[in-house]
Design a protein around this ligand. Structure first.
Ligand code: SAH
Length: 339
């Protein structure tokens, strides 16, 4: 087992099943993330026999940085995993703090037509420690303070549900990195069943849904996942999440020229979301290597924005990040040759 995959609850269960005091779980977790230990023998408060047992049962294995590409407000990191696969992580420097965009899978099976990340089919899920490693590397090795985490790198977080939930539990834990739960955003292409499962939890992160189209015809063309979970199901699941969590859901909507950016689309979108506690985040489309889509013009985005606003939808336009180093949404591919 990897120690960076363990939530506090998992460690408590571990100590319980070894007939040990579960308070030791909290000591180990704290020493790991606050004390930055890399060996159990560095934990003073534990007996020699427990240190030995922990050392036998857990490894500290993590991910390895291969390359970095930097621009004014973004830095992209390519990491190598233990089996030779690679993933990308993006650091975004906002004026309110640093955000990190974490990958959750090697490749992605969602096959959204506009997205570069899906061109590489899913090879495997990331283990929890491989997601924790992406954040921890920036904090510990590079000394960067991180206030926000978005699960918007390569992969579909809800197609790797259990590991993703452990990851968010670990990074938000007060004894450790203590990143504010509301500053951690899980983004999903719309796996409605998992949104409902997530709604049954007792604590919540922020949830973003990649919507990108206001009706089934268009959405199924852009995002094959819509055939499994059509818009009615997805919106119903989003509503359940919003009500149970008492939080607004964010709907991401990329603006692609002449595809989903008409006045009719805006009106249909307003109609669709009118009763949901939500924000719409309009994202200018980022050009990718393998598609011929173009971004909507600024004027078109402004007009789309106005229509939503007039229909009482909370709407923002997302600032673009990282386009110059192919680190923007949908441009991540973890292709070593293109770095
Ligand atoms: N699979 C999850 C997590 C990825 S988040 C999801 O789909 O939500 C990455 C976001 O960038 C998604 O909203 C995705 O639809 C969007 N995206 C993909 N390609 C893009 C592009 N070329 N330009 C802008 N956004 C893009």
């Amino acid at each position: 087992m990897n120690i960076y995959s363990q939530t506090v609850t998992m460690l408590e269960d571990y100590f319980k099943s070894s007939d040990e005091n579960t308070a030791k779980a909290r000591i180990v977790f704290k020493e790991l993330y606050k004390g930055k230990i890399h060996s159990f023998y560095d934990i003073k408060m534990l007996s020699e026999s427990i240190k030995q047992k922990l050392s036998n049962d857990f490894t500290f294995e993590t991910i390895e940085l291969l390359t970095t590409s930097e621009s004014a407000d973004t830095c992209k990191f390519l990491f190598r995993l233990h089996d030779g696969h690679t993933v990308e992580t993006v650091l975004m420097k906002h004026d309110y703090g640093n955000g990190v965009c974490v990958s959750t899978q090697v490749g992605c099976n969602m096959d959204c037509v506009f997205c570069e990340s899906g061109k590489l089919k899913k090879i495997r899920n990331l283990e929890t420690f491989e997601m924790v490693g992406q954040v921890l590397y920036l904090i510990d090795e590079l000394g960067i303070q991180i206030s926000h985490v978005v699960l918007m790198g390569i992969g579909e977080p809800f197609d790797n549900y259990d590991n993703v939930i452990s990851f968010t539990d670990i990074i938000t834990e007060q004894l450790g990195l203590a990143i504010a739960a509301r500053h951690v955003t899980i983004s999903t292409s719309g796996i409605a069943d998992k949104i409902i499962e997530y709604s049954n939890r007792s604590s919540f992160n922020s949830l973003a849904i990649s919507l990108h189209a206001p009706n089934n015809d268009l959405r199924s063309k852009l995002m094959p996942i819509n055939k499994a979970y059509p818009i009615e199901k997805l919106i119903a699941a989003a509503d359940i999440y919003a009500k149970r969590s008492n939080k607004k859901v964010t709907f991401a909507y990329i603006m692609i020229k002449n595809v989903n950016d008409s006045d009719e689309c805006a009106m249909e979108l307003a109609e669709l979301l009118g009763d949901i506690n939500c924000y719409v985040n309009l994202i200018p489309y980022n050009k990718t290597r393998s598609t011929s889509y173009e971004p909507s013009s600024k004027e078109r985005i402004a007009r789309f924005f106005d229509i939503l606003k007039k229909n009482n939808i909370n709407v923002t336009v997302r600032r673009e990040f990282g386009n110059d180093v192919s680190a923007a949404c949908g441009q991540l591919s973890a292709d070593y040759r293109n770095v």
